[in-house]
Design a protein around this ligand. Structure first.
Ligand code: ADP
Ligand code: MG
Length: 634
């Protein structure tokens, strides 16, 4: 074993650079943060070859005093912290005193700066960590940092770099994150001598967002603003029709710092649950402002992740605020103006039609039987609605097909939900029920509804004409009522006089037994019966039209699909979707005029009847104006 020795500062800096400086975009991020911290009101960024050849960032901020220039590029030297306590109330973007030293260790760096208190500025050059003397240099107040030939002395890292176009993509994302966080600062971005962004200061955040992400967003951003004693949450959530195949368009800024936080991403997903399709992600631009003491930003060298003192509270405030806004907003899909080729399909708005279509296809496959069985099972619809009416015990319900039940069964009112297991569901529901209280009330209809093609309902209201997908609407109504019922622990189940044995494959058997508790909350009782067989002794009364074995097989299919066990909250929700889908009237079911109106009437009792639980639209509105325009009645 060789002797232990202390590493030279140069090696230390190279190691630090390895952590923080991954690619040109990391340099752009660090230098922009320094410029913001310096109090600049204007920051210009110029890049060559995606930043691989040159990154130049100029600002008009406080500047660096000439006798501190050397310190600025020394590691662990910062003007932003004084003592250890400061580390727990960081109010600047930087605080580690490492960025300039790290960048200088792996590039040719030139620093020109003139501080507020000095007449003339100074110049310092560092080549791969070796310093030349600081010399006087005439320049305006502020700082210019130039970084050339990044990773010239770390060939392995250099080889990892992608094309300059890819690197430029990352660098401009880093630029956007800072420029979005500080709309009051004037930013510009140039690449290869071409100016790509010129962003004058604005007090309309929306304008800056739209500059980056296009006009599609302008009319689709919902402003939210909610404060409590410790946290202000404000910003824009995009309407559900705008969504993406990944979560990259979820911008969260904590005290002006762009962060990625899994729990907040989860809260966003929960808030939009049922409003956008499974596998799609909401779009949002949110600012969280809180006292710096309440959050630890010293978690990761790149400062992208933070640790909240009370993460649960931030989570519920985000979720609660969004849910209550959605409840008070009309999210009905509007038919696009004439001339737009596509209808209101989400694919046409996001430009990602194929993946949306494949999701839709997958969903249709899952909900199979919907169309095949259509029309030949009027009694199933009757049964479903009947059961719903009973399950709701008194709440006005869609029960147009009231017939007597003819089963040799006894009723068994469940109270399966233990308070702690209700937790995962009630979190979002408690939030949903929270403050504003002014739920969006759909406009009343002026005429009776009409059924078309045994699948669509058409009605007239003040603003125009609404076309409703009967299955999607009923499914949504049942889903919400079911969820409420399960929450209150009184989902009605049907106990079988003779339990039914069902033989399952080994993974299915394991999944079914593992999920027993969740299944019990849905009124499904399974017990091991030896070997690969389980006994079903009760199942949801709403699904009485199906055989117990069929119900269990459907459920098990949910449990094992995707290969991994979804978390309990997701699982319960998936099962509720499935039950609602199975129990709802189908496309193809003929309804009497009374039944049509009874179903339309139900809309008013629901939180969101604009989308089915999978996020497909349940209703389309053709506004009067749009109809007038299409018929050229000006
Ligand atoms: P940190 O930002 O964590 O303090 P850096 O290595 O990024 O560490 O910068 C070191 C110091 O150099 C900063 O604390 C700051 O005093 C000074 N500095 C860097 N960039 C600028 C700038 N653009 N304007 C003014 N001062 C700067
Ligand atoms: Mg810094």
């Amino acid at each position: 074993m060789p002797h232990i020795q202390k590493l030279s500062p140069h090696v230390v800096n190279q190691i630090a650079a390895g952590e923080v400086i991954e690619r040109p975009a990391s340099v752009v991020k660090e230098l922009l943060e320094n410029s913001v911290d310096s109090g600049a009101t204007r920051i210009d960024v110029a890049l060559e070859q995606g930043g691989l050849e040159l990154i130049r960032i100029s600002d008009n901020g406080s500047g660096i005093a000439s006798d501190e220039m050397l310190l600025a590029v020394t590691s662990h030297a910062t003007s932003k912290l004084r003592d250890a306590d400061d580390l727990f109330r960081v109010a600047t973007l930087g605080f580690r005193g490492e960025a300039l030293a790290s960048i200088a260790a792996v590039s040719h760096l030139t620093l020109r700066s003139c501080s507020e208190s000095e007449q003339a500025g100074a110049l310092l050059e560092v080549n791969g960590g070796s310093l030349s003397p600081v010399t006087p240099f005439g320049c305006p107040k502020g700082t210019v940092v130039e970084v050339r030939n990044l990773f010239f002395n770390t060939p392995v890292r250099r080889r990892f770099m992608r094309t300059s176009q890819t690197e430029f993509g990352h660098a401009s994302e880093a630029f956007a994150r800072v420029a979005l966080a500080y709309p009051d600062i004037h930013f510009t971005l140039e690449h290869q001598g071409r100016r790509l962004y010129d962003l004058p200061p604005t007090d309309r955040w929306r304008d800056r967002i739209v500059t980056f992400f296009g006009d599609e967003l302008r009319e689709n951003l919902i402003w939210i603003d909610n404060s409590d004693e410790t946290l202000r949450l404000s910003g824009y959530a995009a309407s559900p029709s705008i969504n993406r195949g990944n979560n990259r368009m979820q911008y969260v800024f904590l005290n002006g710092r762009y962060i990625r936080d899994r729990s907040l991403q989860h809260a966003l997903g929960e808030a939009y649950r049922g409003l956008i399709m499974t596998g799609r992600y909401p779009v949002a631009f949110l600012r969280l402002d809180m006292q710096p003491e309440l959050v630890d930003v010293n978690v990761h060298p790149t400062k992208l992740e933070v640790r909240f003192q009370d993460g649960g509270r931030v989570y519920s405030q985000l979720l609660g605020t969004l849910r209550s806004h959605f409840l008070s907003t009309d999210l009905t899909v509007r038919v696009q103006p004439a001339g737009d080729s596509g209808g209101p399909a989400q694919g046409s708005q996001t430009g990602q039609g194929t993946s949306v279509e494949s999701h839709q296809a997958a969903m249709r496959a899952w909900a199979r039987g919907e169309s095949e069985s259509a029309g030949n099972q009027p009694s199933s619809a009757r049964q479903a609605s009947l059961d719903l009416g009973r399950a709701m015990g008194g709440t006005p319900a869609f029960r147009p097909f009231d017939t007597d039940r003819t089963f040799g069964t006894e009723r068994d009112s469940r109270s399966g939900a233990s308070p702690e297991s209700a937790g995962e569901l009630s979190r979002s529901d408690a939030a949903a029920a929270s403050p504003t209280g002014d739920s969006h009330v759909p406009p009343p209809y002026r005429s009776a509804g009409v059924q078309l093609h045994n699948r669509y309902l058409v009605a007239e209201h003040d603003q125009g004409m609404v076309v409703i997908d009967q299955h999607a609407l009923h499914e949504r109504i049942l889903y919400e009522q079911l969820r409420q019922t399960v929450l209150e622990g009184r989902l009605e189940s049907q106990r079988l006089l003779v339990p039914e044995p069902v033989t399952l494959a080994a993974p299915e058997l394991a999944a079914a037994l593992e999920a027993r508790e969740t299944l019990a909350r849905l009124g499904i009782d399974v017990q091991p019966f030896g070997g690969d067989t389980v006994l079903v002794s009760s199942y949801p009364a709403m699904l009485a039209k199906l055989r117990p074995e069929e119900v269990l097989r459907q459920v098990v299919e949910q449990l094992v699909s995707g290969g991994k066990m979804p978390d309990r909250r997701d699982l319960l929700d998936e099962l509720l979707h499935m039950i609602a889908c199975k129990a709802a009237i189908k496309a193809g079911d003929r309804l009497s005029p009374e039944e049509v109106n009874a179903l339309l009437e139900q809309r008013h009792h629901c939180q969101d009847t604009h989308h089915c639980p999978h996020g497909r639209p349940a209703a389309l509105v053709f506004t009067r104006e749009e109809l007038d325009r299409r018929f050229r009645r000006t």
